[in-house]
Design a protein around this ligand. Structure first.
Ligand SMILES: *Cc1c(COP(=O)(O)O)cnc(C)c1O
Length: 410
């Protein structure tokens, strides 16, 4: 029996599926309501978040209140980017220059970048074949650390319950990087409510899109007071929609530096109407992920990361391994590109586009991560825009398999 999926349309010359014409960087338009609200902000000229009139709380403040309610978090702070959210969260959680922060070796460059930016020392924790934190390595590296910054990279949630056990045993603060995990759940709880403080990104390629932007959520009022002052609230932190009480802000006002990382009204206006649609978009993304996974997962050379039963995922991309293929993955990506499919390989020796590996973060001390290196050297990555139909996803999956088969047969 042929275990390979059949391409959805007739093969073109040479047995290849027809080229795919979809755009892998395509974004959904901003909801009309958001576009109109942004226009109203521009017409008012009042773009700064603290430029508000008595009754009107302003867009940034309303965004904080609405996102906190959606997330089920007591406090929410809107900031300029996901990377700034991480820096502010680390500082607000008490990380000081020279402190060791444990973080995922499989992540995006702004994560170790944030650790270095606050003067802390990133100690990278190995990733498993299923793209989650290696809990044995975490426990081995925990003594002496100050915090663990769990990056749910590409939406693969680490076992936060086990991370919390390690954190409790070693007195670590748990910071979640949910830039890829907005709308995902662990044991039914939304990601972002699983640690001491969480960071989200609203940069274009995440689950909400304001071009750039970020959110910090937490339940600890004193921590959020520090975060608010750190974000650059001057003495106006009381104008936040889901912020700490004035007496808590007063304590932080004298202690924390103003790091000028506020969100403006324009971006908040664009984001507010997107909140109600997050869960539906996550479902649509998961369906696209599963459509590709269904095609490529049947191939004997392909390994898909296993999903723990506690996870309800939020996938906006797909990752798969070709175990043992190493640099041949680059050839698979090149052949897929000829057929219109954009694959990225995590094993490349230099940063390409948004993709980079720990060895290229030379602001960190070199780290020995043999397990992560082995995982990344066989790992491919593909974005799944919502504009793709399920038939597009099957087509893309068939192209991926064709590219792999061509390389295997050479
Ligand atoms: C995008 C991203 C960030 C940083 O978000 P920005 O808003 O781009 O600064 C952090 N972590 C991960 C895993 C990301 O993908």
């Amino acid at each position: 029996m042929n275990r390979h999926a059949t391409p959805p349309t007739e093969p073109a010359a040479g047995g290849r599926p027809p080229a795919f014409r979809g755009r892998f960087t395509r974004q959904e338009p901003i909801p009309e309501e958001g576009a109109l609200a942004a226009l109203a902000v521009m017409r008012s000229g009042r773009l700064h978040r603290y430029d508000v009139d008595g009754e009107d709380r302003g867009q940034a403040s309303a965004l904080e209140a609405e996102y906190a309610a959606w997330q089920g978090a007591p406090f929410c702070l809107a900031v300029a980017s996901g990377g700034q959210a991480i820096q502010i969260a680390l500082r607000a959680a008490g990380v000081r220059p020279g402190d060791v922060v444990l973080t995922s070796a499989f992540t995006l460059a702004p994560v170790p970048g944030a650790v270095t930016a606050v003067g802390a020392v990133a100690r990278l924790v190995e990733t498993t074949e299923d793209l989650r934190l290696d809990l044995d390595d975490l426990a081995a590296k925990a003594p002496g650390a100050r915090a663990v910054l769990v990056s749910h990279m590409r939406g693969h949630l680490s076992d936060v319950d086990a991370v919390r056990d390690v954190a409790r045993a070693h007195g670590l603060v748990v910071v979640e990087d949910c830039a890829h995990a907005m709308g995902a759940r662990w044991r039914g709880l939304r990601s972002g409510n699983l640690g001491d403080v969480a960071c989200f990104s609203t940069q274009s390629y995440k689950h909400m899109n304001s071009g750039e932007g970020g959110l910090v959520t937490a339940a600890d009022e004193a921590l959020m007071a520090r975060a608010t002052v750190l974000s650059g609230s001057y003495a106006l932190g009381a104008r936040h929609g889901a912020g700490p009480r004035p007496e808590r802000l007063e304590e932080a006002l004298w202690e924390e530096p103003n790091c000028s990382a506020r969100m403006d009204q324009l971006r908040a206006a664009i984001l507010r109407p997107q909140i109600a649609g997050i869960d539906a978009r996550v479902a649509a993304w998961n369906a696209r992920h599963n459509a590709v996974a269904g095609v490529i997962g049947a191939h004997p050379a392909v390994r898909l990361p296993a999903r723990p039963p506690q996870e309800s995922p939020a996938r906006s991309s797909i990752q798969f391994a070709l175990p043992g293929w190493g640099p041949l993955c680059a050839e698979v990506a090149a052949r897929a590109a000829e057929m219109g499919v954009a694959l990225k390989w995590f094993g490349a020796s230099r940063p390409a586009g948004y993709t980079s590996a720990h060895a290229s973060w030379r602001h960190l001390a070199p780290q020995r991560l043999p397990r992560t290196d082995a995982v990344l050297s066989d790992l491919l990555d593909m974005r799944l825009p919502l504009a793709f139909s399920l038939a597009d996803c099957a087509h893309v999956g068939a192209i991926v398999l064709r590219a792999a088969d061509e390389v295997a047969r050479r």
